[in-house]
Design a binder for this molecule. Structure first.
Ligand SMILES: NC(=O)c1ccc[n+]([C@@H]2O[C@H](COP(=O)([O-])OP(=O)(O)OC[C@H]3O[C@@H](n4cnc5c(N)ncnc54)[C@H](O)[C@@H]3O)[C@@H](O)[C@H]2O)c1
Length: 364
């Protein structure tokens, strides 16, 4: 098992990463002296494949244990989803001395995290991310929340878990598109750190699909390490944390234009490709590097629908992104690996031509 220490102003905890590491999890629960009144909230699809392992593990651990199953979708990241969890916990007689364990992808983590942050002004929380995306991204950094009036992640809080247990064994049962979705964020990290990791990804990224445990473990450890160090330097997203949005301005526009029928990570891959073209068009990224940098995201196949959409609509949506100021679209753009600029503006025609080049270059 590998441990990454997350050290924040008020919280200090570890990410545990490895294959079949539930036993280390037991040690961690003992070491941290966590409450033994457990509410275990599990994504239904995870339960379908992994419930016997989960039940076996927790049955010998808690004083009081109740399981709550979630049918994950963006719709459940809602006031109603939250209400159901609060009601369940009250009905079962839980108080402040509760440990809530969220086992699932980002939807589960965001919703359950916010429930734990707010139930009786906050109870203990542990994340067990079961998607690649949740492991490398959503379970790190403490953002929790729900959607509101069709707007994503409108209501929420920063709430840190006591520990995060990333057992990569869960990823074996992920559908292929969910793996691609996680790969989108991994590719983004490929540009944020150093050329060793970039080269490693270029060589090995497709082996995630065939579940090579050592490759996956290295990729998760490095990605989680990058996110952790960025988050530690800027807990509440005042500045430095913005580099994590590489590819995301385009991605949010694409997701909206496709009515969220594409996966977030697929959109991030297309977004990273567009960002590389834009950076080159603006003269920030040296054209000599462009092809080399593109070669990583271009390794991943995207659905056919990326061939055909309305570029102007995407740009209009991007203008209304909640991260913008004064109606100007702000981009995060790479100059080189590890050297990322934030808050870069561009003319509409240049943005459009970058998107067009992305459409022409991706593999389907
Ligand atoms: N808090 C943050 O910082 C942050 C960051 C990025 C994304 N997010 C949020 O994360 C959410 C997306 O997360 P996600 O991509 O993990 O989606 P998800 O939670 O919906 O999971 C994707 C699908 O995979 C299934 N699944 C999960 N684990 C499985 C397993 N081991 N085997 C088989 N199937 C499994 C789920 O049931 C679901 O159908 C979005 O709501 C997004 O807003 C939050």
């Amino acid at each position: 098992v590998q441990k990454i220490n997350v050290s924040l102003t008020q919280d200090n905890y570890s990410l545990l990463i490895g294959q079949n590491i539930f036993n280390q999890f037991r040690e961690e629960i003992d070491n941290l002296n966590l409450y033994k009144n457990l509410v275990i909230i599990i994504d239904e699809n995870v339960a379908k494949f992994h419930m016997s392992k989960i039940r076996q593990f927790f049955s010998s651990l808690g004083k009081k244990i109740n399981y709550y199953f979630l049918k994950p979708s963006e719709a459940i990241k809602s006031y109603r989803g939250l209400n159901n969890i609060y009601s369940f916990m009250l009905e079962k007689g839980y108080g402040r001395d509760t440990l809530v364990i969220a086992i699932g992808g980002g939807v589960t983590g965001d919703l359950v995290g916010f429930a734990a942050a707010t139930f009786m002004r906050g109870v203990q929380l542990v994340h067990v991310p079961t998607t690649l995306l949740a492991a490398v991204d959503s379970s790190i950094g403490g953002k929790t929340g729900i959607n509101f009036q069709k707007k994503k992640n409108m209501i929420g809080s920063f709430y840190q878990p006591k520990t995060v247990v990333m057992d990569i064994d869960f990823f074996k049962t992920l559908p292929k598109r969910e793996i691609t979705s996680g790969i989108g964020e991994v590719i983004k990290y490929g540009f944020l750190a150093d050329s060793d990791f970039f080269d490693f990804l270029k060589k090995n990224i497709n082996q995630i699909y065939s579940f090579e445990p050592n490759i996956i473990e290295k990729i998760v450890v490095t990605s989680a390490g990058i996110k952790t160090s960025v988050v530690s330097s800027d807990e509440k997203e005042f500045g430095a944390r913005k580099i994590l949005n590489l590819g995301h301005t385009f991605a949010h526009g694409l997701e909206s234009e496709f009515n969220f029928k594409i996966k977030h990570g697929e959109a991030v891959i297309a977004g990273c490709i567009s960002a590389l073209f834009l950076s080159a068009e603006l003269g920030l990224l040296n054209r000599d590097y462009l092809e080399e940098y593109l070669s990583l995201p271009l390794k991943i196949k995207l659905p056919n629908r990326f061939k055909n959409f309305n570029i102007n609509n995407v740009i209009e949506i991007m203008k209304h992104d909640k991260k913008n100021r004064d109606g100007k679209i702000k981009f995060v753009l790479p100059v080189s690996i590890g050297n990322i600029l934030i808050d870069i503006e561009a003319e509409k025609n240049v943005i459009a031509s970058s998107i067009k080049k992305m459409i022409e270059s991706i593999s389907y």
